[in-house]
Design a protein around this ligand. Structure first.
Ligand code: AMP
Ligand code: MG
Length: 395
């Protein structure tokens, strides 16, 4: 199954079970949350015309070449008197323009006479150095669309409009299950044949960054009865996300449990790393089963699970920003799966980690993102490849 098709199916599944419950949170608590209602401005911003410079305000028609008396000083935060004709006003950045003024000259371009009158050395034009009322936004205008992920910039915009709270969608509750008899948690001693559980840490921390409520369901042994029991305990979550146990030919306890008490699709994805992926339900709760190799978990979470979760919250724009850069490597054997190589940019060119094994998480720690090599392609050095920075995927 091509990556696009898997993504389209997951997006359709997400749209079929949207998370709709909402809550009102303080602006300070809204970072990373998804806006539930469009934000419409209740005021003009700026609310009045104001000066973009420290300088002098005047009515242009009053400047005849004769120096002008300064009739008032206006600091930011003050309400000015109307412009007195035949004078100018000392004005500072952000201060409201006095009624009747139509021009501001910066202080560097004026000459203050011994008698404190001001003359203007350069030609002036109407509107110069004035920030018009409503230049940023007008009352009634939509400033942020529903379904957008709020970050520092959006929150700053909401603050500039005077919002103290926003209505956001509730956090998705995601249970993380690590399957495999070989897994041991860090801090404990390794027995023969055992390895430390790394996927749990990757996924729990990543989900927390995506503002999910993480239910850490620990390690699930390769055992059908225990699998049924553990899944049954995860009733009130929006998604069960498991890793491991989806490779072809393995005793597939998760699959058996889902078939018995729900449904299951097994997808063979044309993606490398990360070929096998399962989607199903257990007693109505959606389940995504990611492959267990750490780099496979990472890539399938980043490219498939993240957009699925975002779309359940109604986020419209779930595709990460990506851009083409020249490859600093060549690719001679065309693959039948789309590869997501762990790589980074050096002098604007994509360099890949030497060991791209799906078991090597260090490749991703070294890298700054994923380098996409399309199926059926060969590449010469310098050919364009898509680069998806991790920074796009992690938040
Ligand atoms: P599986 O999909 O269960 O066959 O696992 C594929 C490979 O990933 C095996 O080498 C597993 O030991 C490894 N693996 C599975 N789960 C984890 C995990 N949570 N942390 C680290 N490695 C894992
Ligand atoms: Mg396993």
């Amino acid at each position: 199954m091509p990556v696009e098709e898997a993504l389209a199916r997951l997006i359709a599944l997400a749209e079929a079970s949207p998370i709709l419950e909402r809550e009102v949170v303080k602006l300070a608590d809204a970072d990373g949350r998804v806006l539930a209602d469009a934000l419409v401005s209740t005021l003009d911003l700026p609310p009045w015309p104001n000066s973009a410079m420290d300088g002098y305000a005047l009515r242009l028609a009053d400047w005849t070449g004769e120096p002008l008396v300064v009739s008032q000083r206006i600091f930011a935060g003050q309400a000015p008197a109307p412009m007195q004709s035949g004078t100018c006003a000392r004005i500072f950045t952000g201060a409201p323009l006095p009624a009747g003024a139509d021009c501001v000259e910066m202080q560097e371009n004026v000459e203050v006479q011994a008698d404190q009158r001001v003359s203007f050395r350069q030609s002036l034009r109407v509107g110069q150095n004035i920030r018009a009322q409503g230049q940023e936004t007008r009352a009634g205008e939509q400033v942020l669309a529903a379904g957008m992920v709020l970050g520092p910039i959006e929150l700053g915009l909401a603050a500039s409009l005077g919002c103290a709270e926003l209505t956001v969608l509730r956090r998705p509750r995601v249970a993380v299950l690590s399957t495999g008899d070989e897994l041991v948690e860090p801090g404990l001693a390794l027995g023969p044949g055992q390895i430390y559980n790394s996927n749990r840490r990757v996924l729990c921390s990543w989900l927390a960054r995506l503002e999910c409520e993480v239910v850490d369901a620990g390690i699930l042994p390769d055992d059908l009865e225990k699998t049924r029991q553990r899944l049954g305990e995860l009733k009130d979550v929006d998604l069960i996300l498991s890793t491991g146990g989806v490779s072809v030919g393995e005793a597939d306890f998760l699959g058996v449990a889902l078939r018995e008490e729900g449904d299951l699709s097994l997808w063979k994805l044309a993606i490398k790393p990360g070929k096998p992926l399962t989607f199903g339900h257990f007693r109505g709760v959606p389940v995504i089963g990611l492959p267990g190799n750490p780099a496979s978990t990472l890539v399938t979470f980043a490219l498939l699970t993240r957009p699925y979760l975002l779309r359940r919250l109604g986020v419209a724009d779930v595709a990460p920003l990506q851009f083409a850069v020249p490859a600093a490597f060549s690719w001679t054997k065309p693959g039948n799966r789309r590869e997501y190589l762990r790589g980074r940019l050096e002098q604007g060119r994509a360099v890949i980690y030497p060991n791209q094994s799906s078991g090597v998480l260090r490749s991703a720690a070294w890298a700054d993102g994923l380098v996409e090599v399309l199926e059926g392609r060969t590449l010469a050095e310098g050919d364009p490849v898509n680069f998806i920075p991790f920074s796009e995927l992690l938040g």
